[in-house]
Design a protein around this ligand. Structure first.
Ligand SMILES: Nc1ncnc2c1ncn2[C@@H]1O[C@H](COP(=O)(O)OP(=O)(O)OP(=O)(O)O)[C@@H](O)[C@H]1O
Length: 588
């Protein structure tokens, strides 16, 4: 059951939960007490010197009333204090639990395999981390307290009823099984409806998120109207899912109200007749009539609580589902944390993406000595970036093995591996922060001078200094306030600041102009001297200096050698070179 899983998750907060529960129960007891005092007061004014209080030793009716007044004051004070305490404690608890759920789910998502992200939309994940966690918080905020207080009322008021009139107690309690049965019936009906609501909320968030990310494309294709209609349709489905749930939840309260009315009428009329016949004291009748309200009325809140409960559990199921997604690429304490020199060996490596029929790379044999600069070239889709993803251990090779410094990659601790590879990927991502912060991300221990040096090596220092705010310039979301070439140079500086033994540049300078690229090449000659560099580029002028160039085609390496050797071979590389240098025209 989802609730138990949520409670198991909240284990660490047991003490606070116990304290909060105690406060809820005490508050409810104080809440019920004034009704009993009213009954006793009626008894005092009617019976005077023969009243119940008089039997306790206070004979003077005035004094009896003063005592009752003082008790009422103390009870109200106690009720207020414990209301403050239960509200504070339940809310704090709800905050802590939602915080733990959110941070744990975020942390779990971060560690998920790359394959997981291919099937997910960022909007859906955001909806789980935000909306679903908030929904759960809303239930924890008030739901647990409501349930506890209803139970307290039933036990406390029930006891008073049975003491005063067992016959009326039975009548007043008649609606309760009906209400509980109704609540379970409602829960069964509402559960699938709320699951649908949460799933539609995720779909809607995903659609909005995608559109905002792709706003430039929407504008350039003047698709605003079309996209508005699409979002309208999804939002409409969300509304309809909610309406179906609302219909069920709205029907619950009136049904409970009618059940409560039956119990109330029974006490009201039958208790009244008993009082007229002298079988029940007037004060006791007063207490019972007021207490019937106290007993049954909280059940009305059960509808709201059940509603919150269903919404909360639908959200909890989504969060727990996410937390239960297995992580296959992970490290253990046994994995090696070694200092890499930069030697990389692919041995007969084959890899097929999940749900794909054809391998993206096959029979790959590459041996890169530490300190070498190698290049991967070839048609788009030939498998170059896939080799890098295997090197980063975003995916695991299906066949063959990949070794670094002679150690099989799967035996190296993930943090040790990734922290020693500087990757500037095709899809450069900058954080919505200043240029300085983005470069500094590469090595948080680096000082200011090191950041400037990295920027100089990446040919970024010059343009950054020309910006009004220099290194403090905000880059905008995903670097939108900068040009493509500027973003690439900042990403390069970030990777250089990391100073890794292996540097991977996957189309890292594709957006910079030829002149800047030539300058970057020059810096790379120096940078590459004491590390392994893997360069992927379509522009072959970028790779001419590489120690070895691997030409890929449809997942295979079809040629390898230095620039001169490959030209002499007169194979694929030579024809690509001829096209790029304008010696021959590219095929139509
Ligand atoms: N996440 C993925 N899921 C399924 N197939 C993928 C995925 N990523 C890449 N592929 C497929 O794997 C093959 C190799 O892709 P890869 O990105 O390695 O090519 P590439 O040589 O780097 O191309 P480009 O020069 O365009 O960057 C392609 O057919 C591509 O469609």
């Amino acid at each position: 059951m989802t609730l138990f899983k949520v409670l198991a998750y909240a284990k660490g907060f047991k003490r606070q939960a116990m304290w909060a529960s105690t406060c809820s129960v005490v508050n409810k007891l104080f809440d019920i007490a004034p009704e009993i005092l009213i009954g006793i007061a009626i008894d005092v004014v009617i019976q005077q010197e023969d009243s119940f209080v008089a039997q306790l030793g206070i004979v003077e009716p005035k004094n009896q009333l003063f005592l009752l007044g003082l008790l009422t004051f103390l009870i109200w004070l106690g009720e207020s204090v414990f209301q403050f305490l239960y509200l504070k404690n339940w809310r704090e608890l709800a905050q802590k639990i939602q915080h733990r759920f959110r941070v744990d789910s975020y942390s779990h998502i971060q560690n998920m395999d790359m394959a997981f992200f291919e099937d997910q939309s960022s909007g859906r994940l955001t909806a789980i981390l935000n909306d679903d966690v908030n929904q759960l918080e809303r239930f924890l905020d008030v739901g647990a307290n409501d349930i506890l207080q209803v139970l307290t009322s039933v036990v406390a008021v029930g006891s008073v009823f049975f003491i005063l009139s067992p016959k009326l107690a039975l009548l007043a309690f008649t609606p309760i099984p009906l209400i509980i049965f109704g609540a379970f019936f409602f829960q069964r009906k509402a559960e699938p409806l709320y699951t649908k609501v949460r799933s539609m909320a995720g779909k809607l968030a995903a659609a909005i998120n995608t559109n905002i990310t792709g706003i430039a494309t929407i504008k350039s294709y003047t698709k605003e109207q079309h996209e508005r209609q699409r979002i309208h349709a999804i939002s409409d489905q969300y509304v309809q899912a909610n309406q179906a749930a609302i219909k069920v939840s709205a029907a619950f309260t009136p049904v409970i109200r009618m059940a409560i009315l039956m119990g109330f009428l029974a006490t009201f009329v039958i208790g009244g007749l008993d009082t007229l016949n002298g079988n029940l004291a007037v004060g006791a009748y007063g207490v019972l009539v007021f207490l019937t309200q106290r007993l049954l009325w909280p059940f009305k809140n059960l509808a709201v609580t059940m509603d919150l409960y269903e919404r909360g559990m639908a959200s909890a199921r989504r969060i727990l589902n996410l937390l239960n997604q297995p992580i296959t690429i992970r490290s253990s304490d046994h994995d090696k944390r070694i200092q890499l020199s930069g030697e990389i060996q692919f041995n007969q490596v084959q890899f097929t993406y999940p749900n794909q029929a054809k391998p993206a790379v096959d029979a790959i044999n590459i041996h890169i000595q530490a300190g070498q600069t190698v290049a991967l070239v070839g048609q788009t889709g030939s498998g170059k970036s896939t080799l890098i993803k295997l090197l980063m251990r975003y995916y695991r090779a299906d066949q063959g093995n990949l070794c670094l410094d002679g150690h099989e990659i799967n035996t190296i601790h993930l943090n040790a591996l990734r922290s020693q590879i500087g990757l500037v990927s095709q899809t450069t991502f900058l954080f919505n922060d200043s240029i300085f912060a983005n470069i500094h991300y590469g090595n948080p221990d680096a000082d200011e001078q090191a950041v400037y040096r990295a920027a100089q090596q990446a040919e970024a220092h010059g343009f950054i200094n020309q910006l009004k705010d220099g290194y403090n310039t905000p880059v905008g979301e995903q670097g939108t306030k900068l040009s493509g070439g500027q973003v690439q140079r900042i990403a390069l500086a970030r990777a250089l600041l990391k100073n890794p033994p292996i540097l991977v540049l996957d189309e890292a300078t594709s957006a910079v102009d030829n002149e800047t690229e030539a300058a970057i090449q020059k810096s790379l000659l120096t940078i590459g001297r004491d590390r392994t560099v893997i360069v992927i580029a379509h522009r072959l002028s970028t790779v001419v200096n590489a120690d070895c160039i691997y030409v890929m085609d449809q997942g295979h390496i079809i040629e390898s050698g230095s620039h001169t050797e490959l030209l002499e071979k007169k194979g694929r590389y030579q024809s690509l070179w001829a096209i790029q240098t304008g010696q021959i025209k590219s095929p139509e």
